[in-house]
Design a protein around this ligand. Structure first.
Ligand code: HEM
Length: 398
């Protein structure tokens, strides 16, 4: 295997990217990938350097190139408009700082902590619908509905429309892969358009009659300070619906997969539920739901002895950094008692995941409820080998 074998769109790589990461880290820690036209950055220290240096590495430009936007614009104008406008995730200071301050005041630790009883009730309800014995689909029954219902509740949008949110969110997540990999943007456009229309309706209603929800809080803070426009409120609601959806689903999916593949770890965790918060950190480190984030290079820079010119893109491989033996001992081992501190699955620096406390809380509560003493779990026969991985260059999960 060599560095050039790493193609993030290939099913073989997606099935298990970790041996490829090892080759990249050890032979070419900064490697030019022609297909994505990015420099891949794979070592822990280098990933940290990129993510903590926003003055050198901008979040503004996505990997999608202007000609790819232009080609998609006639069939998918709403999608292209949305991606071009971007969000907090794709903003640099000072705009990013203003948006982040505003949003952090609406998305407070207290608002998140207050969600715990709701998350517990919901987890119990979803788990109570599982069969007492026999097979079930963990993704469909628990990992998918939980985060989407929680964020819908926080935003104050109707949880009953969760299947629509899920579909819209899937279309949004798929859209960059579609543009980058020559797919048909007309297939995702309807979902993006429906989501925009729906959110515009809710925002108009909250503007008239505010409630105790996140959208009303955003409107109140943002409009008072003139930071948010009607369009940016829609963008932010979309970001929350999407950013916290598939990622948290995949934390539960990847985490349970790791436990089922390591039955002694599952047993340990079931016997000692106090370890669950620590196990969640290890699940994030071991198999990160977000494998990569990219940046645009603003000034010529050198990383691991390789010069990277201004105007190019870099992709930091978070999933690789988390398994760098320079950072973690025996990194390929999944160990629920490990100190996984420093793992970069939520990113690092000014864009550090805003929803990290919520994702951690959801995973902790869901696992506490699922791994009750006396319940035993294993892969359904033949399923261990059949787990299929999301078709996305950065999002990873069953
Ligand atoms: C940012 C991962 C859950 C909202 C990020 C970033 C990562 C990430 C890697 C940084 C992106 C970058 O540096 O370019 C994850 C993972 C999650 C998760 C692995 C679940 C396990 C959530 C949830 C929410 C959320 C539940 C909200 C409901 C956001 C937002 C940002 C962000 C708004 C942008 C922050 C900024 O640009 O300042 N997330 N996320 N995420 N995440 Fe999450």
């Amino acid at each position: 295997m060599q560095a050039s074998d790493f193609n993030p769109f290939s099913p073989t790589v997606r099935a298990n990217p970790y041996p490829y990461y090892e080759v990249l880290r050890e032979t070419a820690p900064v490697y030019w990938n022609e297909q994505l036209r990015v420099h891949l950055v794979s070592r822990f220290e280098d990933v940290l350097f990129v993510t903590k240096s926003p003055a050198l590495f901008s979040s503004k430009r996505s990997l999608v190139r202007e000609e790819q936007y232009a080609a998609a614009e006639t069939v998918a104008p709403v999608l292209v408009g949305t991606l071009r406008r971007g969000s907090m995730l794709t903003a640099d200071p000072p705009i990013h700082t203003r948006l982040r301050n505003l949003v952090s005041r609406a998305f407070t630790p207290r608002r998140v902590a207050d969600m715990e009883p709701f998350i517990r009730r919901l987890s119990r309800e979803l788990i109570s619908q599982l069969p007492e014995s026999g097979e079930f689909d963990l993704m469909k029954e628990l990992a998918e509905p939980l985060p989407i219902i929680v964020i819908a509740e926080m935003l104050g949008v109707e949880p009953a429309r969760r299947l629509d949110f899920k579909r819209w969110s899937d279309d949004t997540v798929a859209s960059t892969t579609v543009l980058l990999n020559g797919g048909d943007p007309a297939l995702v456009e309807p979902g993006i358009r429906e989501m925009r229309d729906y959110l515009e309706g809710v925002i108009a209603a909250r503007r008239k009659e505010p409630r105790d929800d996140l959208i009303s809080a955003l409107l109140e803070n943002g409009e008072k300070e003139g930071v948010l426009t009607a369009e940016t409120v829609v963008d932010f609601c979309r970001l929350l619906l999407v950013a916290g959806n598939e990622t948290t689903t995949n934390l539960l999916g990847n985490g349970m997969r790791a436990l089922l593949s390591n039955p002694e770890q599952l047993e340990r965790l079931t016997a000692e539920p106090a370890l669950i918060p620590n196990a969640v950190e290890e699940m994030l480190r071991y198999d990160s739901p977000v494998q990569a984030v990219s940046r645009y290079v603003l000034q010529d820079v050198e990383i691991a002895g390789t010069r990277i010119p201004a105007g190019s893109n870099v992709m930091t491989l978070l999933g690789s950094a988390n398994r760098d033996p320079r950072k973690y001992t025996d990194p390929e081992r999944f160990d629920v008692t490990r100190n996984a501190q420093g793992m970069v699955s939520f990113g690092h620096g000014i864009h550090f995941c805003l929803g990290a406390p919520l994702a951690r809380l959801e995973a902790k509560v869901a696992l506490e409820e699922l791994l009750e003493p006396g319940r035993r779990f294993s892969f359904a026969p033949g399923q261990r080998e059949r787990v299929e991985i999301t078709n996305h260059f950065s999002i990873r999960g069953p």
